[in-house]
Design a binder for this molecule. Structure first.
Ligand code: F6P
Length: 359
């Protein structure tokens, strides 16, 4: 009988609980025991490690659609890879994690995490030696290489779409524009996808340079006198500081365009998990369990060309352009962002959406 540990790390998103529930169900059907590690790596830093053992009562199927994580994602500022690296306590942190994993007598760890967590897991992989480490990619940012989908993204696009659909009604009533700021860090996928869904007037993303005067002209030439300018949080405007939506809003106001700003913030992460994200969660959980059965380790589940398979963490880490944060040597992110030939860019342009200076 195998003992598997599950942990959720990094920011929360919808779909985490679905993965946890599906992992639990598939594992128990195989006769395995499932241990939930609380608060990501924080839970492993304590003696004894903070864990729960799941059963049908603690993990009811009807709750699997809820956003957030039953296992929690950790407190800001707690000891984790980033804070340990910043404060020179990495070696102590390593020892503590290793000790806890051995104490829990786990055969496999399923880590559900984003770009940062997966990179850190790979860079600190000796912690998991002798165990199987299987990662499942989740993030609303869609910035993970080697997979076409990440858990939580579809629900985030839906949340943002619903938020903007409502704004559009008040925008129309008052003949004005809303500058709405999306999450996504340095990746424009969330803004791009939601922008197409709502029929935004403009979508500004970090990957594409834009020109404020062209944007203003585009809005002034619009067949409507209301609409939404979707601004990804990662954009910047030379010579300006502050929140991107505020910067753009000020420019529009100065050009005589009546507008307001709107910030959906963390509501983007907490939608009732969409059917698409639940199906993705089930596929990735199933893939992770099969990987454990096949004695795989240091792999990530991934969807490519509609097939769910594992890819090696080494390949994940080495793919794309690597940006290294000088403060955290191990934290590398691969550049899996909106590529210049993403078909949605051309569609946006063909639909009259200002997307920046693509030519
Ligand atoms: O990476 C997910 C994400 O939601 C980003 O889109 C956003 O910039 C960030 O996390 C917000 O982090 P926090 O929860 O710490 O405010």
């Amino acid at each position: 009988m195998k003992r598997i540990g599950i942990l959720t790390t990094g920011g929360d998103c919808s779909g985490l609980n679905t993965v946890i529930q599906r992992l639990y169900r598939g594992a128990t059907l195989r006769g395995w025991r499932v241990i939930g590690i609380l608060d990501g790596t924080d839970g492993l830093c304590e003696t004894p490690p903070r864990v729960i053992e799941f059963n049908n009562e603690t993990l009811p199927i009807e709750c699997a659609r809820l956003a957030g994580s039953f296992l929690h994602n950790g407190r800001a500022g707690a000891l984790n890879f980033e804070t340990a690296a910043e404060t020179g306590r990495l070696s102590h942190f390593h020892k503590q994690l290793r000790k806890s994993l051995l104490e829990l007598k786990l055969d496999a760890v399923v880590l559900i995490g984003g770009n940062g967590s997966l990179s850190l897991a790979w860079c600190n992989r000796e912690i998991y030696s002798g165990l199987q480490l299987i990662c499942i990619p989740k993030t609303i940012d869609m910035d993970i290489p080697l997979t076409d989908k990440t858990i939580g993204f579809n629900t985030a696009v839906q949340q943002l779409t619903s938020f903007c659909d409502q704004l559009m009604l008040t925008a129309r009533s008052h003949h004005r524009w809303f500058v709405t700021q999306t999450m996504g860090r340095d990746c424009g996928q969330l803004a791009l996808n939601a922008g197409i869904a709502i029929g935004a007037t403009a979508i500004l993303i970090p990957e594409i340079k834009f020109d404020v005067n062209s944007l203003i002209e585009h809005i002034k030439n619009s067949p409507r006198d209301y609409g939404i300018i979707l601004v990804s949080e990662g954009i910047s405007l030379r010579g300006h500081s502050g929140r991107p939506a505020d910067m753009i809003s000020r420019k529009l106001t100065a050009a005589g365009i009546e507008n307001r700003t709107a910030y959906p913030e963390h509501t983007q992460r907490v939608g009732d998990t969409t059917a698409a994200d639940r199906i993705l969660a089930a596929r990735m959980a199933d893939c992770a369990l099969r990987a454990i059965e096949n004695n795989e380790t240091y792999v990530m589940t991934a969807i490519n060309n509609c097939v769910c398979e594992t890819v090696s963490l080494a390949d994940f880490f080495n793919t794309g352009d690597i940006n290294t944060d000088p403060n955290i040597p191990d934290l590398k992110t691969s550049d899996a962002y909106v590529s210049p030939d993403d078909p949605l860019l051309e569609i946006a342009t063909n639909m009259g959406i200002y997307i920046g200076e693509t030519k």
